[in-house]
Design a protein around this ligand. Sequence first.
Ligand SMILES: [Zn+2]
Length: 270
Amino acid sequence: MVRKLLVGILVVLLVLLGISLFGFLSHKPEEEVNEPELTEVEPEVEIVEPTESPEVIEEIPEPEPEPTIDPSVFTDTDSLLVVANKKHKLPDGYVPADLVQPDIAATAYCTMREPAAVAIAEMASAAAEEGVYLKISSAYRGEDYQRSLYNGYSASYGSETADTISSRPGYSDHQTGLAADFVEGDGSLNGINFNQSFEDTASGNWLREHAHEYGFIMRYPKGKQDITGYAYEPWHFRYVGVDYATAIYEEDVFMTFEEYFGVEGGDYAE
Ligand SMILES: [Zn+2]
């Protein structure tokens, strides 16, 4: 009897085990359905990562471009940055093609390249509004005129002295048509004009502080003879355009063209 009872209990247990096993197996497919959903989430995260890293790579080359000036602008006579100094001679017989008479008071007939002529007239009227009456005595000078000027100084003082006060033909900033000499009053050689004391005149003071606003720089600043090749000329201004003139002025009012652009200057090679 006891054995029959035990066998009966065992059968019942086996049946219960069978039922629970069936239940376990029949539930498992439901869990398996959920699993693919979880594995689908993982690839989404992986897809986001690769799209982020190319963006970072694209951002790296952006700061690379640096503004550089093509050095040909210093020898190209059409350029507003063409250089004439004791190391840079203009092409033989060079005459600017766009010379016009600027609308500014002058002690003699003067011409300048058109962009400089427009700017100098604008500058003169702006200065006049502040009670400063700008006047020029010389702007563009042709090679032949520069030759007679230089030869005259050379005959009077010797070539060594002539080189310190006048350019040899072909080397003059005036031949670019972008430079002008300012004078006070009637422009006579009275100790102010073509003299370093010009810096203390109304015109000298105004030009030093405002010329850059109209695209002009002081071409031969104080204490820079070794770099420009000329002693301080507070009356001689050169057009380079408003952007460069302002950049140079903001560096230093006595910053030279040669220093700012890294152009060779100083004395004649021979
Ligand atoms: Zn001059």
